[in-house]
Design a protein around this ligand. Structure first.
Ligand SMILES: [Zn+2]
Ligand SMILES: [Zn+2]
Length: 325
């Protein structure tokens, strides 16, 4: 994540040439320094020196002379190798995907970041470009990934609940209700009281309260599983798999060139695990489930928590599309 990339010394680095403010926002150096200070200060109060440094790191018009139409290097975001990630399916004979974005939410009609993909044959790269360019400023701190290494793990996912065919969706719901009934039977043996399970969204003033109550209930019953949280779609950064549509109705993402439905190639997620369910949390991370480096190692927050890059299965060189949740 976040470079350095296996990028040939003699090849131009991707640039953003779109017209938008490029000198206003957060200095990349400040974003990194702030994260370092926060990491160092974990478990204690900030020192006065740290507070003074943090106070100085403001969003501002840092480069007033930088023109809106200046060509600025894009930010290195990820480098994914088919050797590590069997589900990384790209053009034939290409084994490396390099992902960039322009860290300003100012592109296209939806005013999003702009993503660029580069498929590569790693064996073709000889001399590597060094140092590697980057823009001086990002529109928002959460558009800047923290450099880290991923340890990919292959998991099985299943289609989003609302996109299953009706019979299957009903069967899943019936199965979940059956699990709840089993729990009720257990409770009845102990105290004859199953009021806990009658909680529904309508009994809470806000969705946040409902979520908090569900999280608390799950904490008491860590073995309880349901389709949406535990079985269908894994949280976190991932390659391949299915798209979750928990905030909007499912929307088709079809190729603008050939019309083929485009599955997500890369999902960029705010969290590596779901607050309520630890099903997807790697076993080796379970003792550190509150560690920000485990929950959110990359520090990126796009959309309302989730951004996906979709590519065309017919021809991976057809332009990608983005979707957000
Ligand atoms: Zn841009
Ligand atoms: Zn296509």
């Amino acid at each position: 994540m976040a470079g350095p990339l296996l990028w040939p010394a003699d090849e131009p680095w991707p640039e953003c040439t779109a017209v938008h403010p490029k000198g206003t926002g957060r200095l990349l150096s400040d974003v990194r320094a702030r994260r370092r200070i926060q990491e160092d200060a974990r478990g204690r109060d900030f020192t006065e020196d740290e507070l003074r440094l943090l106070d100085g790191m403001t969003a501002a018009r840092h480069f007033p002379d930088l023109r809106d139409d200046a060509a600025l290097p894009m930010l290195a975001v990820a480098q994914l190798s088919a050797r590590d990630i069997p589900d990384l399916v790209g053009p034939e004979d290409y084994d490396l995907l390099q992902v960039f974005w322009c860290p300003f939410e100012a592109h296209g009609p939806d005013r999003t970041i702009d993503v660029a993909l580069k498929w590569r044959r790693s064996a073709d790269v000889e001399a590597v470009l060094t140092p590697q360019p980057e823009p001086p400023v990002a529109g928002r701190e959460e558009c800047v990934p923290t450099r880290c290494v991923v340890h990919p793990e292959q998991v099985v996912e299943h289609e989003y609940l609302g996109l299953l065919d009706e019979g299957l969706e009903e069967a899943v719901s019936a199965w979940e209700e059956g699990l709840l009934d089993d729990d009720n039977d257990d409770d009845d043996c102990e105290d004859g009281d199953d009021e806990d399970d009658s909680a529904s969204l309508a009994s809470y003033a806000t969705y946040e309260e409902y979520e908090a109550a569900m999280a608390a209930a799950r904490a008491e019953e860590p073995d309880e599983i349901d389709y949406m949280s535990d079985l269908s779609i894994a949280p976190g950064w991932k390659v391949g798999g299915f798209a979750s549509w928990h905030l909007t109705d499912p929307a088709p993402v079809d190729c603008h060139v050939c019309g083929t439905a485009m599955p997500p190639l890369l999902t960029v997620d705010q969290w590596e695990c779901d607050g309520a369910s630890h099903s997807w949390l790697p076993i080796e991370d379970r003792d550190a489930e509150n560690d920000p480096c485990v929950i959110n190692p990359v520090g990126v927050y796009l959309g309302r928590g989730l951004m996906r890059v979709h590519t065309c299965p017919t021809d991976p060189f057809h332009p990608h599309r983005l979707s957000f949740q």
